[in-house]
Design a protein around this ligand. Structure first.
Ligand code: C5P
Length: 404
């Protein structure tokens, strides 16, 4: 999540009756942390599962539960609340509530608010697997989708009732990601993005190897931003300790050669390639298949190195290359090396990390190198910077790579 990623967004968070209500406490915390204003509205049934006091404390705003709430001077809570909102999110959305929505019923504050809305409506279903599979529920959900309502989930897995199947509410983090994604500008709609991220690991023997200090954070942030911008995203990741961004297809590799092979297999299907990985330049010619032992006479082992393939240059050399973006981390003279590297690898855009090498940090400062010149972007946290970079990449895409 980028700092204040949802700043200025007003959400009505509607809660209906279901055990998944307890997960909404965490969702509220995530939304508030991202800068959103969260107005909680609960049905009578929802208050049986979690108290309005809890939701008020987490959202920092009074919770509404009744259409007849005397706090609203004009008694028009259903109109006022929905007019302030950029979106209404119903989580959890019960079987009964989905049925009411599908039929346009307005018999309490939350249903009335939904019917009176002018903003988008997102529902996050949560129910027992048989209730979800019931033809009536499926009919109602199909009707809601046809009416332009977004459904997030449900997930599959163990349920509170002890059964296993479809109907589980998405985890709060996944609901948060879907909401953030919903608000992101769709500058890469219809595009397909292939990325590399993280370090590579080049074995010396079964227990040792050569790697580097890349955390993978920038590459993962870009994968998330590209997904949020509407692209289909395939992320080829070296060994990193990061969760896969929501909605991104991830392929794990270890060595530069494996990363090269994975990219070359996938690349014909992609129209943008972003090489963020810190790929090892060399590998040991013949890795030992047993652990290399210390010798009694303290003789040092010696290794022969061979060069790894340059994945970015190889992709840029293809007869019909995707739009290629490279990254460069230098320990000095970025001005000179950045442009030289871009030209040598023959890519239209290269992003250079400014300042001292700072692995694993959550923020970054970069310069864009392209044939027409350089452009410095202000320091920002990696997720916010990733969204800016995706917008910069989108502006530079040739129209010919548009997918029809
Ligand atoms: O040559 P250098 O490693 O500085 O170049 C950096 C850019 O090239 C990055 O985008 C990196 O992902 C890519 N690269 C690559 N394969 C290599 C080395 C670098 O794709 N073997």
């Amino acid at each position: 999540m980028a700092t204040a990623e949802l700043a200025g967004k007003h959400l009505v968070l509607g809660m209906t009756g279901g055990i998944a209500c307890y997960k909404i406490a965490e969702l509220t915390r995530l939304l508030v942390k991202a800068g959103a204003t969260v107005q909680v509205v609960m049905t009578e049934a929802a208050t049986q599962f979690i108290t309005p006091v809890t939701m008020q404390a987490l959202s920092g705003r009074p919770v509404y539960t009744s259409q007849w709430d005397a706090r609203v001077p004009n008694n028009m809570a259903h109109i006022d609340l929905s007019r302030e909102a950029d979106a209404i999110v119903i989580a959890p959305a019960s079987t009964d509530f989905l049925a009411k929505l599908a039929h346009g019923m307005a018999d309490d504050l939350l249903t009335t608010l939904c019917v009176a809305r002018e903003c988008p409506l997102l529902v996050v279903p949560a129910m027992n697997r048989q209730m979800w599979a019931n033809p009536a529920t499926q009919r109602n959900v199909a009707q809601l989708r046809a009416d332009g309502v977004e459904t997030l989930g449900p997930d599959s897995g163990p349920q509170a009732c002890g059964e296993v199947g479809d109907g589980r509410m998405l985890e709060p983090e996944a609901v948060y990601e879907a909401i953030a994604s919903f608000f992101a500008p769709k500058v890469l709609a219809g595009r397909r993005v292939l990325l590399t991220a993280g370090p590579t690991f080049e074995p010396i023997d079964p227990v040792r190897g050569i790697t580097n200090r890349s955390s993978g954070k920038m590459g993962f942030a870009l994968a998330r931003a590209a997904q949020q911008a509407g692209a289909d995203v395939h992320l080829v990741a070296g060994p990193v300790a990061l969760d896969t961004p929501w909605g991104v297809f991830r392929e794990d590799v270890q060595t530069a050669q494996q990363m090269h092979d994975a990219v070359m297999r996938a690349v014909p299907d992609y129209d943008i390639f972003i090489a963020v990985a810190a790929v090892a330049d060399w590998r040991v010619d013949h890795a030992s298949d047993h652990k290399i032992k210390k010798t009694v006479d303290h003789r040092l082992p010696s290794f022969t190195f061979v060069e790894n393939p340059d994945i970015l240059a190889a992709v840029a050399r293809l007869p019909h290359p995707p739009f290629c973006v490279g990254f460069a981390a230098e320990s000095g003279d970025l001005d000179v090396h950045g442009e030289e590297k871009r030209a040598r690898k023959n890519v239209p855009l290269l992003i250079g990390n400014l300042g001292p090498l700072t692995f694993g940090r959550d923020d970054n400062e970069v310069v864009l190198f392209e044939a027409s010149g350089q452009k410095k972007l202000p320091r920002a946290d990696k997720q916010a910077l990733a969204s800016t970079l995706i917008a910069e990449i989108a502006k530079r895409l040739p129209d010919t790579s548009l997918i029809s």
